[in-house]
Write a protein that binds this ligand. Structure first.
Ligand code: HSE
Length: 439
């Protein structure tokens, strides 16, 4: 028998409790022994009351779980980076294996927690931390271990993807779509983490670390979110044949590493453009395997609980066999090495979408394109919409590849022209038809 203690009966915790209590036979058959949810803790009496567990197994005090000598595996699902950190470090120091879905905690304190676990010789598993129910961590730690990962493009936040899908397919406002995503239980307790791209960055930090055998770090990642996206730009992007997705991007060209999170235009015929709603996907290229697509539900009660329980089973199997840390948490038994050459965002070369609000006068386009030309930015396509109120019209451009620093400098100069109303809008494009790198 393997005993589990669960801390946190929120959306995911309740899903985990449902699986552990409702599928005992299936899990026992898979494991060859019984997997018991011995105790579950939550401060909130209503949550405890709603939990699918008899009252005697429920407690308001997480310490009861750490103090229970029969509990082998502690599952942390309270989120946040303070109490969760303390609880996990205590569980580790008391020789418990730990399962967590807490990407923020791993991104901020992962090195400390994994070092403590290594020293104690216990496991910390986090399959649910990235892409919910999709077994992506397992794929990177084991299935793809033979590869140098060359690039990864991830839709890693269900809330943002849900919002973008509802805005672009159903014409919903940003606020309506966000409220719906929250009601469905996709969003973090503080949705700022979702919509500002921070949750995606936490997840990208974990992926970068797994991909490149590097310590966990948010430092190399530049982040912008979707909260300022104007539906007008979703519409123009569509006219140019693009969908807009919040992408986590990392690329390793052998010399430098890019790591960034931002709304990105991708061709509408790309597989990632068809990942809709709360679904997540990662499209990555390994130098041996070539391209791989992993797709599934990245948020919500049961998909995330599915990943948490997969970790519990995995650790339970190790316990039964008397094996510890056969596969290290970041898939690397050698020394972890921080990437030395992180490419600053200003050095990144990509294609751009620009939108200017300009006066509808002769010579306007030539002034704008003159400044772009001066900064080595060549235009691939332009749309100018018909005359609008007070003569200001949107001019939308797609560029060939340009350096980010040049694009920003050019936009600053264009914003100073008396014929435009600043600020210009700009988004990055990842389009294999426009540049050589494949996505
Ligand atoms: N808030 C996250 C999302 C939950 O929307 O994807 C899963 O990490």
């Amino acid at each position: 028998m393997v005993n589990v203690g669960l801390i946190g009966l929120g959306t995911v915790g309740t899903g985990v409790a449902r699986i552990l209590t409702g599928r005992r036979d299936l899990l026992a058959r898979r494991l060859g022994t019984e997997l018991v949810l011995k105790r579950a803790a939550d401060l909130d009496p209503e949550r405890r009351q709603a939990a699918p567990l008899e009252a005697a197994r429920l407690t308001a005090n997480a310490q009861d779980i750490l103090d229970d000598p029969d509990i082998d595996i502690v599952v942390e699902l309270i989120g946040g980076t303070t109490t969760a950190r303390d609880l996990i470090l205590e569980a580790v120091s008391r020789d418990r294996h730990v399962v967590t879905a807490n990407k923020a905690l791993l991104a901020h304190h992962g090195n400390e927690i994994l070092a403590a676990a290594a020293q104690q010789g216990v496991e910390v598993a986090f399959e649910a931390a990235v892409c919910g129910g999709v077994p992506l961590i397992l794929a990177l730690r084991q299935g793809l271990a033979a590869n140098r990962i060359q690039e990864m493009f991830g839709i890693l936040n269900g809330t943002c993807n849900y919002i973008l899908t509802r805005m672009s397919q159903d014409g919903m406002s940003y606020a309506q779509a966000l409220a719906e995503a929250q009601a469905r239980g996709y969003a973090e307790a503080d949705p700022t983490l979702d919509v500002e791209g921070i949750d995606t960055a936490h997840k990208l930090a974990i992926l970068v670390s797994l991909a490149y055998c590097a310590p966990l770090s948010l430092d190399p990642i530049s982040v912008s979110g979707i909260s300022n996206l104007d539906p007008l730009d979703l519409q123009f992007a569509r006219e140019f044949g693009y969908a807009v997705k919040l992408l986590a991007i990392t690329r390793n060209d052998g010399e430098t590493i890019e790591a960034r999170v931002h709304p990105t235009l991708i061709p509408r015929d790309h597989m990632l453009a068809n990942v809709n709603g709360a679904f997540n996907a990662v499209y990555l290229t390994g130098d041996a395997v070539g391209p791989i697509l992993l797709y599934g539900q990245g948020a919500g009660m049961m998909p995330t609980a599915s990943a948490v329980v997969s970790d519990i089973l995995d650790l339970a199997r190790n316990l039964i066999r008397g094996v510890r840390r056969r596969v290290p948490p970041l898939g690397c038994d050698g020394a972890l090495e921080s990437p030395r050459n992180i490419k600053p965002l200003d050095e990144v070369v990509t294609n751009y979408y620009f939108r200017f609000a300009a006066l509808d006068r002769p010579g306007v386009l030539s002034q704008i394109s003159g400044i772009l030309g001066k900064h080595d930015i060549s235009i691939a396509a332009v749309i100018q919409k018909g005359r609008e109120v007070k003569g200001a019209v949107p001019i939308v451009m797609i560029t060939h590849e340009a350096k980010e620093a040049n694009a920003k400098q050019a936009l600053m100069e264009i914003d100073r022209l008396p014929i435009v109303s600043p600020p210009a809008v700009f988004y990055r494009i990842e389009d294999p038809h426009l540049h050589a790198a494949q996505i």
